[in-house]
Design a protein around this ligand. Sequence first.
Ligand code: FBP
Length: 259
Amino acid sequence: MHKLQDLLFKNKALFLALDQGLEHGPKEFNLQTIDPANILDIGFKGGFNGIILQKGLAEKYYENYQYKIPLILKLNGKTRINSSEPYAPQICSVSKAVELGASAIGYTLYFGSAYEHQMIKEFSKMQEEAREHDLPVILWAYPRGNGIDESNTDVLAYAARASLELGADIIKIKYNHDKIGFKWVVKSAGKSRVLVAGGEKTSPEKLLNDVYDVMQAGVTGLAVGRNVWQSEKPLEITQALKGIIFENKTPDKVMRFLK
Ligand code: FBP
């Protein structure tokens, strides 16, 4: 049986991302959050639908959480130490993901990069292997590279459509604050689900309003990292996000969790 439904609640999803240590470096963490176990705790206590980890964290920290929160294993990644044309090589196999107990796999594809063809090839192979193991596939669809406008609505819609055609079950994409245009991005994804990325830490009001807007545009939910675990009230902001995503509440109604 396809496990995608197992990752959803009321057909919606809220995932916690913890792959920023590789992507951005330890500057994202403080003395508390530098310990991955403390963020896994937030994932479990907050009742997230899944936690997104790279292989190294999964090997060393996931064992204690395997019956508490589903694992979404990222199979590629890169650092930002050298900011040349983006390419995130595959660093983990599908069979390793199965061994580590993953409920889904993830891959970041930089649409428009000079290395796009290489990533499309890698992703396609991985997607077929994932099908053999019945693992849902989440594609981080990030337009990026020389001369690419990352927040252009047409470019985002193209990335969403390309992800559908490449076989992604869930497409994780960034919101560009074009409320109307984003509906077209979601439509372009067809039967693939769309999740929005959290982005840099912002005020709870702005985050909740953005999440409300993307839910109105038809997305399935959010895969958020910094806006939760960099918050002084990570569990409260999680409650507020859940109110909007799973209970269709408005930002005004859920702000009480943060008071
Ligand atoms: P955040 O909610 O912290 O932005 O995490 C979402 C995410 O997609 C992570 O999975 C990933 O590490 C990061 O953003 C990549 O961000 P970017 O490549 O834009 O710096």
